[in-house]
Ligand binder design. Sequence first.
Ligand code: TMP
Length: 213
Amino acid sequence: MAGLFISFEGTEGGGKSTQVGLLAERLRQLGHRARVLREPGGTPIGEEIRHLLKHHPSNEVMMPEAELLLMNASRAQLVLEVIRPALTAGEIVLCDRFYDSTTAYQGYGRQLDLSLVKSVIDFAVGRTRPNLTLLLQVPTEVSEARRQARQAATSGPRDRFEEADRAFFRRVEHGFQQIADAEPERVRVVDATQGIEFVHDDIWRLVAPHLTP
Ligand code: TMP
Protein backbone atom coordinates (compact mmCIF):
# COMPACT_ATOMS: atom_id res chain seq x y z
CA MET A 1 0.00 0.00 0.00
CA ALA A 2 1.45 3.38 -1.01
CA GLY A 3 1.64 5.91 1.81
CA LEU A 4 0.81 9.59 1.84
CA PHE A 5 3.34 12.42 1.69
CA ILE A 6 2.36 15.85 3.03
CA SER A 7 4.71 18.83 3.20
CA PHE A 8 4.25 22.04 5.19
CA GLU A 9 5.60 25.27 3.75
CA GLY A 10 5.68 29.00 4.34
CA THR A 11 7.79 31.79 5.75
CA GLU A 12 8.63 32.01 9.45
CA GLY A 13 5.86 32.64 11.95
CA GLY A 14 3.10 30.51 10.44
CA GLY A 15 3.34 27.90 13.20
CA LYS A 16 4.36 25.07 10.87
CA SER A 17 6.00 22.91 13.53
CA THR A 18 3.00 23.21 15.86
CA GLN A 19 0.62 22.23 13.08
CA VAL A 20 2.76 19.30 11.97
CA GLY A 21 2.67 18.02 15.56
CA LEU A 22 -1.10 18.45 15.91
CA LEU A 23 -1.79 16.68 12.63
CA ALA A 24 0.53 13.79 13.52
CA GLU A 25 -1.21 13.39 16.87
CA ARG A 26 -4.68 13.30 15.30
CA LEU A 27 -3.60 10.83 12.64
CA ARG A 28 -2.07 8.51 15.24
CA GLN A 29 -5.22 8.67 17.36
CA LEU A 30 -7.10 7.37 14.32
CA GLY A 31 -4.64 4.49 13.97
CA HIS A 32 -2.50 5.84 11.12
CA ARG A 33 1.27 5.54 11.17
CA ALA A 34 2.52 9.12 10.91
CA ARG A 35 6.18 10.07 10.67
CA VAL A 36 7.32 13.64 11.32
CA LEU A 37 10.41 14.96 9.54
CA ARG A 38 12.02 18.33 8.95
CA GLU A 39 14.21 19.93 6.34
CA PRO A 40 17.02 20.58 6.20
CA GLY A 41 17.72 17.61 8.48
CA GLY A 42 15.75 14.50 9.37
CA THR A 43 18.71 12.10 9.15
CA PRO A 44 22.05 12.15 11.02
CA ILE A 45 23.79 13.42 7.87
CA GLY A 46 21.01 15.91 7.21
CA GLU A 47 21.15 17.28 10.77
CA GLU A 48 24.88 17.96 10.36
CA ILE A 49 24.18 19.76 7.10
CA ARG A 50 21.42 21.72 8.88
CA HIS A 51 23.89 22.93 11.47
CA LEU A 52 26.36 23.91 8.78
CA LEU A 53 23.66 25.82 6.88
CA LYS A 54 22.11 27.59 9.83
CA HIS A 55 24.60 28.07 12.63
CA HIS A 56 28.16 27.19 11.72
CA PRO A 57 30.54 30.18 12.15
CA SER A 58 31.92 29.64 8.64
CA ASN A 59 28.52 29.96 6.97
CA GLU A 60 28.73 33.75 6.73
CA VAL A 61 30.66 33.37 3.51
CA MET A 62 28.43 30.63 2.11
CA MET A 63 27.53 31.23 -1.53
CA PRO A 64 23.94 30.74 -2.73
CA GLU A 65 25.14 27.96 -5.03
CA ALA A 66 26.65 26.06 -2.09
CA GLU A 67 23.49 26.67 -0.08
CA LEU A 68 21.36 25.21 -2.89
CA LEU A 69 23.50 22.11 -3.12
CA LEU A 70 23.69 21.54 0.63
CA MET A 71 19.90 21.83 0.99
CA ASN A 72 19.55 19.23 -1.70
CA ALA A 73 22.28 16.97 -0.34
CA SER A 74 20.31 16.84 2.90
CA ARG A 75 17.12 16.24 0.88
CA ALA A 76 18.53 13.40 -1.25
CA GLN A 77 19.68 11.64 1.92
CA LEU A 78 16.27 12.09 3.55
CA VAL A 79 14.35 10.88 0.51
CA LEU A 80 16.43 7.75 0.01
CA GLU A 81 17.09 6.85 3.62
CA VAL A 82 13.70 7.66 5.16
CA ILE A 83 10.87 9.03 3.01
CA ARG A 84 10.80 6.48 0.20
CA PRO A 85 10.99 3.43 2.49
CA ALA A 86 8.34 4.93 4.80
CA LEU A 87 5.95 5.57 1.90
CA THR A 88 6.54 2.08 0.54
CA ALA A 89 5.62 0.73 3.97
CA GLY A 90 2.33 2.66 3.82
CA GLU A 91 3.20 5.37 6.34
CA ILE A 92 2.02 8.97 6.30
CA VAL A 93 5.03 11.27 6.07
CA LEU A 94 4.68 14.84 7.36
CA CYS A 95 7.60 17.03 6.40
CA ASP A 96 8.24 20.47 7.91
CA ARG A 97 9.45 22.09 4.65
CA PHE A 98 10.42 20.28 1.44
CA TYR A 99 11.48 21.35 -2.05
CA ASP A 100 9.13 24.33 -2.36
CA SER A 101 11.31 26.00 0.28
CA THR A 102 14.27 25.66 -2.07
CA THR A 103 12.34 27.26 -4.92
CA ALA A 104 11.18 30.07 -2.64
CA TYR A 105 14.42 30.72 -0.69
CA GLN A 106 17.23 29.82 -3.08
CA GLY A 107 15.29 30.52 -6.30
CA TYR A 108 13.23 33.62 -5.52
CA GLY A 109 15.04 34.75 -2.35
CA ARG A 110 18.68 34.29 -3.41
CA GLN A 111 17.72 34.85 -7.05
CA LEU A 112 19.37 31.75 -8.47
CA ASP A 113 18.20 30.69 -11.91
CA LEU A 114 14.83 28.98 -11.41
CA SER A 115 15.27 26.29 -14.05
CA LEU A 116 18.65 25.38 -12.58
CA VAL A 117 17.13 25.20 -9.11
CA LYS A 118 14.44 22.90 -10.49
CA SER A 119 17.05 20.59 -12.07
CA VAL A 120 18.89 20.25 -8.76
CA ILE A 121 15.62 19.48 -6.94
CA ASP A 122 14.65 16.92 -9.58
CA PHE A 123 18.00 15.21 -9.13
CA ALA A 124 17.61 15.14 -5.33
CA VAL A 125 14.03 13.82 -5.13
CA GLY A 126 13.43 11.85 -8.34
CA ARG A 127 9.85 10.62 -8.37
CA THR A 128 9.27 11.27 -4.65
CA ARG A 129 6.87 14.24 -4.53
CA PRO A 130 4.37 15.41 -1.93
CA ASN A 131 0.76 14.40 -2.57
CA LEU A 132 -0.34 17.52 -0.72
CA THR A 133 1.47 20.70 0.33
CA LEU A 134 0.01 23.01 2.96
CA LEU A 135 1.24 26.57 2.57
CA LEU A 136 0.76 28.34 5.90
CA GLN A 137 0.45 32.03 5.15
CA VAL A 138 0.85 34.98 7.51
CA PRO A 139 1.34 38.67 6.63
CA THR A 140 4.92 39.89 6.26
CA GLU A 141 4.73 41.86 9.52
CA VAL A 142 3.85 38.71 11.48
CA SER A 143 6.75 36.65 10.19
CA GLU A 144 9.09 39.60 10.65
CA ALA A 145 8.01 40.07 14.27
CA ARG A 146 8.39 36.35 14.84
CA ARG A 147 11.94 36.33 13.47
CA GLN A 148 12.93 39.32 15.57
CA ALA A 149 11.46 37.76 18.72
CA ARG A 150 13.29 34.50 18.09
CA GLN A 151 16.59 36.27 17.48
CA ALA A 152 16.20 38.27 20.68
CA ALA A 153 15.27 35.20 22.71
CA THR A 154 18.07 32.89 21.58
CA SER A 155 21.31 32.81 23.46
CA GLY A 156 22.52 29.95 21.25
CA PRO A 157 24.31 30.22 17.91
CA ARG A 158 22.98 32.83 15.49
CA ASP A 159 20.69 31.70 12.66
CA ARG A 160 21.89 32.96 9.29
CA PHE A 161 18.48 32.66 7.66
CA GLU A 162 16.70 34.65 10.32
CA GLU A 163 19.23 37.46 9.87
CA ALA A 164 18.53 37.99 6.17
CA ASP A 165 17.05 41.33 5.13
CA ARG A 166 13.46 42.39 4.55
CA ALA A 167 13.70 42.44 0.74
CA PHE A 168 14.90 38.85 0.81
CA PHE A 169 11.85 37.71 2.79
CA ARG A 170 9.50 39.65 0.51
CA ARG A 171 10.95 37.78 -2.46
CA VAL A 172 10.54 34.48 -0.59
CA GLU A 173 6.86 35.26 0.12
CA HIS A 174 6.31 36.16 -3.50
CA GLY A 175 7.99 32.88 -4.45
CA PHE A 176 5.62 30.83 -2.32
CA GLN A 177 2.66 32.63 -3.87
CA GLN A 178 3.95 31.84 -7.37
CA ILE A 179 4.33 28.18 -6.41
CA ALA A 180 0.76 28.04 -5.06
CA ASP A 181 -0.58 29.73 -8.20
CA ALA A 182 1.29 27.32 -10.47
CA GLU A 183 0.13 24.12 -8.73
CA PRO A 184 -3.23 24.82 -7.07
CA GLU A 185 -4.15 21.12 -6.90
CA ARG A 186 -1.15 20.11 -4.82
CA VAL A 187 -0.43 23.34 -2.95
CA ARG A 188 -3.25 24.49 -0.68
CA VAL A 189 -3.04 27.84 1.05
CA VAL A 190 -4.02 27.95 4.73
CA ASP A 191 -4.69 31.21 6.60
CA ALA A 192 -2.31 30.83 9.54
CA THR A 193 -3.32 34.08 11.24
CA GLN A 194 -6.25 32.31 12.93
CA GLY A 195 -6.01 30.58 16.31
CA ILE A 196 -4.08 27.32 16.41
CA GLU A 197 -7.21 25.13 16.60
CA PHE A 198 -8.85 26.88 13.63
CA VAL A 199 -5.73 26.45 11.53
CA HIS A 200 -5.67 22.78 12.50
CA ASP A 201 -9.34 22.39 11.49
CA ASP A 202 -8.62 23.92 8.08
CA ILE A 203 -5.67 21.59 7.64
CA TRP A 204 -7.76 18.60 8.65
CA ARG A 205 -10.40 19.46 6.06
CA LEU A 206 -7.70 19.42 3.37
CA VAL A 207 -6.01 16.23 4.60
CA ALA A 208 -9.08 14.05 5.32
CA PRO A 209 -9.99 13.38 1.66
CA HIS A 210 -6.51 11.90 1.12
CA LEU A 211 -6.85 9.32 3.88
CA THR A 212 -7.72 5.72 3.25
CA PRO A 213 -9.81 4.18 6.04
P1 TMP B 1 13.47 26.17 10.14
O1 TMP B 1 13.44 24.68 10.02
O2 TMP B 1 13.75 26.65 11.48
O3 TMP B 1 12.33 26.81 9.45
O4 TMP B 1 14.79 26.64 9.35
C1 TMP B 1 15.08 26.25 8.09
C2 TMP B 1 15.60 27.46 7.34
O5 TMP B 1 16.16 27.01 6.12
C3 TMP B 1 14.47 28.42 6.99
O6 TMP B 1 14.92 29.74 7.17
C4 TMP B 1 14.23 28.16 5.53
C5 TMP B 1 15.55 27.66 5.04
N1 TMP B 1 15.44 26.70 3.93
C6 TMP B 1 15.93 27.07 2.69
O7 TMP B 1 16.44 28.17 2.52
N2 TMP B 1 15.84 26.18 1.66
C7 TMP B 1 15.32 24.93 1.80
O8 TMP B 1 15.26 24.15 0.84
C8 TMP B 1 14.82 24.55 3.12
C9 TMP B 1 14.25 23.19 3.33
C10 TMP B 1 14.92 25.48 4.14
